[in-house]
Design a protein around this ligand. Structure first.
Ligand SMILES: [Fe+2]
Length: 301
């Protein structure tokens, strides 16, 4: 199920944070990623999937979400999207061209209408020859959730070709491949980062990776549970810099026949926040949900 623009997933995400060493330890030793490149100010980490890297950590004065990399089907699609965004008056990098990036590829970056938010569109990314699901380790990026006042997600639908697949009272879910959603907007007064989800092989991997995290001294922020829309199993942690990250599995697979449901059709019995009702978000979980703003520092790179 492809979008009309050819955008077909979130390939990687770039975090900026002051303590790069602490963050690298967290993601390598506890979260389950592996570094593919590391310099004093930039660390690139991969999951077990094909993507050359899924998470990039950059030394930065304050915790900031620096960029979201979207994958697109082909160079031709990248060229066409570059032209249509410029026609629509969207601020883009100067050209669509081969990228100077350890993950290779061809594309461009742009700033969308929300304050400071930067995306990059990438075709023909470098991919690992060795890949595959592994127990207890993240594979690819499953989805990213952003806080935004933009309930209708007009820019994502009209300019980027995402489909609003479901809408709960608080979240607009956006689809661009067979996963229920790759991007979602959590409706709030201002724009910021909410969380990033990594796909795990199965529920067992979510459970046992969660066990290893707690053994390493990282308390669960919320979970383990099962969401309503997407029907996925989740467990959230607050990582270094206040970036919330999620292990997820059993993401609902959809096609064109999937029927949208709106805010009146989603909901849990009073007091419940997920299908199982085993865990509630901890009080330590709420502040980080809106604590990381965007920065356009990587725009144009
Ligand atoms: Fe999520």
């Amino acid at each position: 199920m492809a979008t009309k623009t050819g955008i077909n997933g979130v390939r990687s995400v770039h975090f900026g944070l002051p303590d790069l060493e602490e963050a690298t330890r967290f993601y390598e030793e506890n979260w389950g990623l592996k570094a593919v490149s590391a310099s004093p100010d930039d660390v690139y980490l991969r999951g077990t999937g094909r993507d050359f890297y899924t998470l990039a950590l950059h030394r930065f004065t304050e915790p900031r979400l620096l960029r979201i990399d979207l994958s697109i089907e082909s160079r031709e699609h990248a060229d066409a999207l570059f032209a249509s965004l410029r026609d629509a008056g969207v601020e883009t990098s100067a050209t669509v061209a081969p990228l100077d990036d350890i993950g290779g590829g061809y594309g461009f970056s742009f700033r969308d209408p929300d304050e400071g938010r930067v995306f990059r569109v990438i075709a023909e990314s470098k991919q690992h020859a060795e890949y595959g699901d592994e127990a207890d380790r993240p594979g690819k990026i499953s989805h990213i959730v952003l806080n935004s006042p933009d309930r209708e997600a007009k820019f994502f639908v009209e300019q980027l070709g995402f489909r609003v697949i479901d809408q709960s009272k608080t979240i607009t879910f956006l689809n661009c491949n067979s996963d229920h959603h790759s991007l979602a907007l959590f409706i709030s007064k201002s724009s910021s980062y909410n969380h990033l989800a990594f796909a795990m092989r199965d529920i067992d991997s979510v459970m046992s990776a969660t066990g290893s995290m707690t053994e390493a001294g990282h308390a669960i922020g919320w979970g383990v549970g099962r969401h309503g829309p997407c029907d996925n199993v989740f467990c959230y942690f607050v990582g270094p810099g206040g970036f919330i990250v999620e292990y997820t599995a059993e993401v609902e697979q959809v096609d064109e026949s999937y029927k949208f449901k709106g805010p009146d059709e989603w909901g849990f019995p009073k007091g419940r926040r997920d299908q199982w009702g085993l865990a509630r978000p901890t009080s330590a979980f709420h502040a980080p949900e809106t604590s990381v703003p965007f920065s356009a520092a990587l725009f144009g790179e």
